[in-house]
Design a protein around this ligand. Sequence first.
Ligand code: NAP
Length: 246
Amino acid sequence: MSRLAVVFGGSRGIGGAVARLLAQRGCRVAVVSRNQEAARTAMGSLPGGGHVALGCDVSDQQEVQRSFEEIQKTCGDISYLVNAAGVNRDALLLRTRPEDMVSVLHTNLLGSMLTCRAALRSMLRTPGAAIVNIGSVVGLRGGAGQCVYSASKAGLQGFTLSLAREVASRDVRVNLLAPAPPPLAPPGFIRTDMTSGLTEAVAARSVPLGRFGEPEEVARAALFLLESPYVTGQVLVVDGGLRLAV
Ligand code: NAP
């Protein structure tokens, strides 16, 4: 039986590319996003078979629990979990609405905690199981105009490293992938809906490799973390060399 991978935020962007790459590698994929229709469409374009699509708000504990029950009932035990569901509401702190703080923290941080918790029992039964959480370099070093987003990603890093320690003896690996942001700009230079406000010229000026990163290039790093049996508790930065420049 092929491995089962659950990809939150798998309908588009980085999560969409991870879902495609895992399907190309022969995994069955559960594609999850709030918009079930978008998840279905993304699932429909995956190579191979045995995939499923679910609509679920990752910040809602009951929806997350129900989704994992359904996934396990239909597809069996989980080998890989990728947390790529995320939002940004970047603004200076004084202009950030409290409801936006809650939404960002609940989606980016609480959401990944809920999915890991819901998936873990199943993963403990699966040899070689692994989790990749998608953080951001903003979480490692902060970013003006990104206090709340940065806090969500810093929290995710602490959560990832702690969980890696908790479950290493049970052969479950947990790693963080950190695409990097430019200062005072949207959260990164990976070409997705989240960065649609940035131009090629800004990327060419700011990134040492001189261009946007593609979601497929981040997906390859995620695959490396999922498939490397002696790598856990790591933060892998995927930024086109941006940190060399700032
Ligand atoms: P994106 O293109 O906007 O895709 C976001 C994905 O998350 C979509 O599938 C979206 O689907 C899903 N999502 C959002 N809120 C959700 C919720 N409450 N419940 C379930 N699914 C939800 O973003 P992206 O650029 O691929 O970003 C993916 C991750 O990488 C995020 O965590 C982001 O912070 C991080 N990141 C991105 C960059 C970059 O340069 N793009 C840089 C650093 C870090 P629905 O809207 O249908 O729910």
